[in-house]
Design a protein around this ligand. Structure first.
Ligand SMILES: [Zn+2]
Length: 402
């Protein structure tokens, strides 16, 4: 057993001053306010830092390296594909992201990466993976290899993913932005198709994550009983039109909605139309929060050159800019994200949780930009990153502009 002290703790729900954590066997044993370490228990005092649960990114694409051309980026050798995924997983830890749900790879390479970071906490976060997303022929992200046609093929697609050992089934309920020829404002499946996929996945104990930009696709995904709705940007042909009735139904159902936002300050500027659309989608996210929808924050890292891996903290800042109180933005990327992913030991710093921790300089519950000032990262009680403030300029953290 060992003890860890800091100035402040956000435990996933609330703030505790001068916390003392007791850690054993990779898990949190106790959290005491203004506590003193028991005699004989080694103490690490991190000084003036705020401890947070290790961040949970509920939607990334590890095989996509954050390249302007995602179609070309996966048209590479098997070796290159897996080394890109490894590098992306490793980068997550630099940003304090200790749990990641990958919602779309090619050739199931993330299944192997999941095993590697389970063996070695320094290699990457704990991973949940979906394998290739299920989509239509020529539909959104067809280039990841998950396109099928016909109802029996949909059932077969779920079964083959179950056989490969995935954690979640991902289906593209609408078109998307990054696939040439795809229309994000149009649904790709009927309610019956989606319901069939949900039934088959649930039969094997797996949840379903549905990508849905189009208003019609959000509606159908909700009606079909999917477990998380990804993006929910309320796309129509002309732009973004949040539907208050649908928002109320999302809140009543309690279905978690994954808001994917955040852009690298070092990436190329967004073009004007995208900037307007993403701003409108962010306002819709705040509308959903106010209406009581369970909001999960995720990055969708990898899909473009504005979305490098370890992007999640920038999304937290954007939520606050959109109107989220800082603690609610932090909760969306920790406790709510973990519960939406079905991971009760993640996203909280409470007795019984895994000792996945992020220590940052400053107080992000007051000034959210402090989430960028990573000092230390722990996975299962093991320190996997430490950035020495004396050598701040030498660290990857600052050198890359984060
Ligand atoms: Zn995605």
């Amino acid at each position: 057993m060992w003890a860890l002290r800091a100035t402040r703790l956000f435990d996933g729900e609330r703030v505790i001053e001068r916390p003392l954590l007791l850690v054993a066997g990779g898990a949190i044993i106790a959290v005491r306010e203004r506590g003193i370490a028991p005699v004989g228990v080694p103490l690490t005092d991190l000084g003036h830092v705020t401890l947070l649960p290790g961040l949970v990114d509920a939607h990334v694409h590890l095989v996509l390296p954050g390249d302007p051309d995602p179609v070309g980026a996966v048209d590479v050798s098997a070796d290159e594909l897996i080394s890109n995924a490894r590098r992306a997983a490793n980068a997550c830890l630099d940003g304090g992201i200790t749990t990641v749900r990958d919602l779309g790879d090619r050739d199931y390479v993330t299944v192997g990466v999941r095993a590697e970071s389970a063996r070695d906490p320094m290699a990457g976060p704990q991973l949940l993976v979906s394998g290739p997303p299920i989509t239509t022929e020529g539909g959104h992200c067809w280039f990841l290899g998950g396109a099928v046609t016909g109802r029996s093929a949909l059932i077969e697609a779920v079964r083959s993913r179950v056989a490969r050992g995935v954690d979640v089934i991902k289906i593209m309920a609408s078109g998307g932005e990054i696939t040439p020829g795809s229309r994000s404002w149009q649904a790709q499946y009927t309610v019956d198709d989606l319901r069939m996929v949900v039934t088959e996945a649930h039969r094997s104990g797996l949840p379903v994550a549905a990508h849905a930009h189009a208003v019609s696709a959000i509606e159908r995904a909700l009606a079909a009983g999917v477990d998380t709705i990804e993006h929910a940007t309320f796309r129509t042909r002309d732009g973004v039109r949040p539907d208050p009735g649908l928002i109320d139904r999302l809140a009543a159902a309690g279905t978690p909605v994954t808001v994917t936002t955040g852009f690298s300050p070092e990436g190329p500027p967004l073009d004007a139309a995208v900037r307007l659309r993403t701003a409108a989608a962010l306002r819709a996210a705040d509308d959903m929060r106010r209406a009581g929808v369970r909001i999960v924050l995720a990055s969708d890292a990898g899909i473009s050159d504005q979305k490098p891996h370890r992007l999640l903290p920038f999304g937290i800042i954007r939520l606050v800019e959109a109107g989220f109180p800082p603690v609610e933005a932090l909760r969306a990327a920790t406790a709510t994200a973990a519960s939406a992913c079905g991971l009760p030991r993640k996203g909280r710093v409470v007795p019984g949780a895994d000792a996945d921790l992020l220590a940052v300089d400053g107080d992000p519950t007051r000034d959210i930009r402090a989430v960028l000032a990573v000092r230390a990262v722990y996975r299962g009680g093991q320190q996997v990153r430490y950035f020495d403030p004396e050598k701040w300029h030498d660290t990857r953290s600052r050198r890359s502009g984060y």
